[in-house]
Design a protein around this ligand. Structure first.
Ligand code: NAP
Length: 300
């Protein structure tokens, strides 16, 4: 594992880990291909937002590199809830599709919480269906949202201890903060979840050994919020007016205080994409086993 250090703060880059996970997904894809199965990930899009299309293209390119087919279903920004529901139901039933992502943002009139429930859990490779979150909550097998899992994988990669440590998670969304808290709890961390009504952040972040920020607020976490030796994982992605991408951490003040910081870009993001592909390969493997089992049972 190679690391860089900036003013006593180790840079927790996601590059090496992402390429390791990508390689794992590629190996799985090759094995399944040799068994006659072409893994396919479907990404459903209904927006004109340029940064979303950029992100979807990056998933498509990464999938191609891993030998996974990527089917983009673009319904445009005026898509109705009914049309999106129909597509998700069709993809859930389609045996040649193994993983499904419903990309946000969605049209304003559409109820995303209803739609994600239509993604069958076995293909819910980004843990969007509330059933997946429920299963995570009770420790049953489910695909975790890839970003939440990417944070845990990054901590493991850099050998940051989790068990018995205090972790502050800033953000309580169903896609990042809550599932991440569940994953950390499963690993025996003591987790505090902060949100916009929590009051002064330092009350929770100063006693923490690890701080994860997923709020979508530029410069939210500053060096003054931390004790020395804290490890900081920045999940935020904010596009500045000049088009550049930054996280939620004020890097200038945090560098030199934190023991480690995963940067944006270059931290959690690439690991998230790699995990989406690995989850798709795992889903394909599970579906192929289930199909074989059904075929052999029907012969009995
Ligand atoms: P979200 O649904 O908008 O949730 C943001 C959370 O942050 C909310 O719980 C909110 O609290 C909390 N928050 C906002 N301002 C705060 C403040 N001043 N102090 C404390 N908490 C505050 O966003 P999300 O979908 O979870 O995403 C969070 C960030 O992660 C975004 O920047 C997003 O782009 C990024 N993201 C990155 C990846 C990746 O792969 N790198 C993937 C997904 C998301 P309330 O609940 O009280 O409103």
């Amino acid at each position: 594992m190679s690391t860089a250090v900036r003013g006593n703060t180790e840079v927790l880059s996601g590059k090496e880990l992402a390429s390791r996970i990508q390689q794992h997904a590629r190996d799985e894809a090759r094995i399944l291909h040799s068994e006659g199965l072409r893994i396919t990930l479907a990404v459903v899009v209904a927006t004109e937002d340029e940064s979303t299309h950029w992100y979807v293209r990056s998933i498509e390119r990464a999938a191609e590199r891993a030998g996974i087919a990527c089917r983009i279903v673009d319904l445009g920004p005026d898509a109705s809830e009914q049309a999106l529901a129909g597509v998700l139901e069709d993809l859930s039933a389609e045996p040649t599709v193994h993983g499904i992502i419903l990309q946000t943002p969605l049209p304003a009139a559409v109820r995303a919480d209803r739609l994600v429930g239509l993604i069958v859990p076995g293909k819910d490779i980004d843990g969007a269906n509330p059933l997946s979150l429920g299963r995570l909550a009770v420790g049953q097998p489910a695909f975790a949202p890839a970003t939440a899992q990417a944070v845990v994988e990054l901590l493991d990669h850099f050998q940051v201890p989790i068990a018995g440590r205090n972790v502050a998670v800033v953000g309580r969304s169903a896609v990042v903060g809550k599932p991440l808290a569940l994953l950390l709890l499963e690993r025996d961390a003591t987790v505090t979840i902060c949100h916009s009504k929590s009051g002064p952040l330092e009350r929770y972040t100063r006693p923490a050994d690890v701080v994860v920020v997923a709020a979508g607020r530029t410069g939210l976490l500053k060096g003054s919020h931390l004790s020395p030796e804290t490890v900081v994982i920045d999940v935020g992605t904010n596009v500045l007016p000049d088009g550049s991408l930054v996280g939620d951490v004020d890097e200038a003040s945090v560098t030199g205080v934190a023991a480690g910081l995963s940067p944006v870009p270059g931290g959690v993001g690439s690991v998230t994409t790699a995990l989406l592909l690995l989850h798709t390969a795992e889903a394909a493997r599970q579906q192929s086993h289930a199909a074989l089992l059904t075929a052999s049972t029907s012969r009995i």
